[in-house]
Write a new protein. Sequence first.
Length: 380
Amino acid sequence: MNAHAAIDSKASGRTRPNGEPLRLNTRNFVAIDRDRNAAHEATYRPQALYNRANEGFHANNETFLLHEVSTNLPIYLPDTGPTDFHLHLPPGGYQFVLVTSGVFTFDYDGRVYYVGPGAVILQSAIVHRQLFYTWAGLSTEENLKTAQTVVPDPISMGYSGKFLEGFITDPTTFPNPTVVGPDQINEAETPRVAWSHPLHDRPSGASFWLQDPLELEALYKPLPAGSPVKSAGPAYVRDLGIEIPSGRLTTGHIIATDPRGLSLLPKSTSATADTGFLDKGEVVIYRVIRGTAEFANSTGENFELATGDTVTAGKSTIALTRIGENTQILRLGLLKGMENLRSWTPTQRDEIDGLAGQIITRKDIRPLRTEGKPVGYLYE
């Protein structure tokens, strides 16, 4: 699996997208995707159902897609095994993942990561695959009803694996080449092998990012007194830390409350949260992972979101005003830097997908997975 022909990285039209510039919708707009109207479809692979926030995607000039991925079959079946080694090449080199139930095993750049509820990954243009996920054996209907959370606990980790995933533009519009097929994978070798290649469009300073939900930087800080977000009990914020790793394309936070009478959230008592993040984003996206949330739009009208609902809105068009008990909300702020990006043309996309294994141009054998410099990253 290591014998791959090098490609000419200077080939015209292959190293950078040269399609239309991306444009965020900065007008006063509000687009709501209700969970009750959700379509769960096996869009990309048979073992996973995808629930797309289509209303927000289309209203925001199809610049950013957020969807929920629900595993719905065991991973080890003849037609639903581990994914092949592949990579995504979205504009800005961007894939966001937030695990909300179950446990996953991912292989990024030849290193294996075991992640559960609350884990955040930001990556792209890295050779990777999904090796394993938990599957609870429930019917599709019951599986889609299982409670989601960003706080790891034994119950949530035993459910079928689910995660929220974000891409700049739609995955069908950019290259997603499989670079190592199933007949070329040597399981005894691949955990110690990593690759690099020249195809990318990543902003300066961007990097791979993994945040464990129990590490110190992921602890929840209380919102200060006088915060514009009201709740029956204390409300807390977790900074997902993705602004700099994304190349300053996106901010990410979770706003949350404990269940009544319980202390569920892992908290920091050393400082209060900075509410400045509520003003960041030319476009904002709120996804209610569990619980309820109330918002006000720019004309003073109120609306409520429940578990599974998503709202996408222009800057300063909406404000989060109140959250319920036992509530967890993902907030993404899409920053102006996205408008420095361009989309791939259909010709570029098809050419790069057709290169497949020829994309790999370098390898590195490591004594152990934890040793050696990662070489699959494009921002070396």
